[in-house]
Ligand binder design. Structure first.
Ligand SMILES: [Ca+2]
Length: 181
């Protein structure tokens, strides 16, 4: 059934991504949480043995690995090109923190998706039902009626089983990101 036949407006459809974005654990891109900053600083300190405030390329690579990142040779080369403009072959603490911010903000995408999904899927059924959707909207203080709810599900329900599965949810969130929420 076409969404328009239910009278849902594009704005109403956009409600779904917005709700998803609201329950998504927030994180501003390129910003480290205090824990992450502490972790990154500690790693840097360990490798900056001489305490010069900068580390060389190999230390930089080890440092990132110590934090659980496994950048490819190409990624490393491109990072070094970007940050080591003067060609010193060293990465400063500030540059290192910035690199970490990017890596951390890329890393938990799937984790955040799962966390947000779980907030909708209260029963852990693996899918989001109309009831789940309505509950979340109620919780965020923007209750929706059955018609709006059905329209939202219809918009993202790729296999048309009336439920939002994790793949559908990913699409909802991409929409949320694209609309700037
Ligand atoms: Ca589905």
């Amino acid at each position: 059934m076409a969404i328009t036949s239910r009278g849902a407006t594009p704005a109403q459809i956009l409600h779904a991504p917005r709700a998803a974005a609201l329950v998504l654990p927030t994180r501003r891109r390129d910003e480290l949480s205090p824990d992450e900053l502490a972790e990154a600083s500690e790693a840097f300190r360990l490798f900056d043995t001489a305490g010069t405030g900068s580390i060389d390329y190999l230390e930089f690579k080890s440092c990132l690995r110590a934090l659980g990142f496994a950048p490819t040779r190409e990624e490393l080369a491109s990072i070094v090109r970007e940050f080591d403009r003067e060609g010193t072959g060293r990465v400063t603490r500030e540059a290192f923190v910035e690199v970490c911010s990017r890596m951390y903000s890329d890393r938990p995408a799937d984790e955040r998706l799962a966390q947000a999904f779980a907030l909708f899927d209260e029963t852990g059924s693996g899918t989001i039902t109309r009831r789940d959707l309505k509950r979340v909207f109620r919780e965020i203080g923007e209750p929706i009626d059955d018609e709006e709810c059905a329209a939202m599900i219809d918009e993202f329900d790729a296999n048309k089983d009336g439920l939002i599965d994790p793949a559908d949810f990913r699409a909802v969130l991409s929409e949320a990101m694209m609309s700037g929420f």
